[in-house]
Ligand binder design. Sequence first.
Ligand code: F6R
Length: 239
Amino acid sequence: MNVVSVKDYQELSEYTCNEIERVVRSTPHSVLGLATGGTPLGTYREMINGFKERNVDYRHVTTFNLDEYIGLGRDHPQSYYTYMMNNLFKHINVSPENIHIPNGSAEEMDSECLRYERLIEEIGPPDLQILGIGSNGHIGFNEPGTSITSETHIVELAESTRKANARYFSSLDEVPQHAITMGIQSILKSKRILLLASGSHKAKAVKTLLECLPDEQFPASVLKGHGDVTLVVDESAGG
Ligand code: F6R
């Protein structure tokens, strides 16, 4: 695993945006794997600037998001669909038909998992996958103990994950119990991965990641088995 140490959140966001823009400029029909949460918000802000000020063209780009809550409905203010629309997609020229986010309101969730995984196989895999890291080491919503062979599947969210995400809801009770997520294997299919970590609340996870051997109990560590993963980490997260 390569490590790129940056000064702060702004540098992390600029670095990540630059890498994305490089891929999109060199391969106009590129596939991007995208994450939600607090960490990539700065990257998305920089991408919007790049679209407006540097003529970056997303017209032919395809995107796959990692995950979605089950039971919120895509128009719910806290759905990842709404997050992606508000924080990125509606501000750049990506074509709506090229945006893929798992459907957390599908009638048949098992079929939805299969449909999503097949789509990744048909169109993907991502040329570049952006990941955040949970304090328990999760990537996507793959909580500790998730099999390295997992494809898109339904998960029960860990209590620590629900608590971490409760900041976006009016109470912990409102945070969904379940989500649909690309599996570890689906993520490992990506050609290149950037794992982002910013802030002192991520320092412990970063330390564990750097010190441990690949272990399903700390999902981010299995990325060490992939040939092209870069941890982008700022000073407060231990970089
Ligand atoms: C989000 C996702 C999660 C987050 C992780 C870190 O799509 O898949 O794995 O990347 O929970 O979240 P933040 O960035 O809010 O600290």
